[in-house]
Ligand binder design. Sequence first.
Ligand SMILES: [Zn+2]
Length: 148
Amino acid sequence: MSSSNSSSTPTDRVAKQRGIHTRCNCGEAVSHFTSKTVRNLGRLFHRCPMGSEMDKTHLFKWTDKSVVEEIEDFQDLFDVLLVDNIEFQKSVRAGETMMKGHESKIEEMEDAIAHCEEKITECIRELRIIKALFVCCLVMVFMYLAYA
Ligand SMILES: [Zn+2]
């Protein structure tokens, strides 16, 4: 992960580069080395082939500092992802609550439909009885008219 500011001066640009870079701003590929100086013996660094520790126009960075920057940038990203995950979890819980509400409504509607089906069956049964009574009355009227 890396970042740079294109509106800065070349000196600032090199100083503000964060993380581990594979190329210098001049376009040269960055190489990795191990310091042999007494002050930083064994310390890893990476630099542009055109640069040095004192030359601020080309990339020179201590690798341990770059790694720390990478970790810091990753931590920032991780914090953002953590917040996003918390928001996502809240959304999932809200969705689950809403779904339970819908399931409850569906059960109520299913009960209402079952009740309506019972009422329809009862109405059909009553209509059959009324039909039978009507036919019976009709037969009695015909018999009355026929034998009266
Ligand atoms: Zn360079």
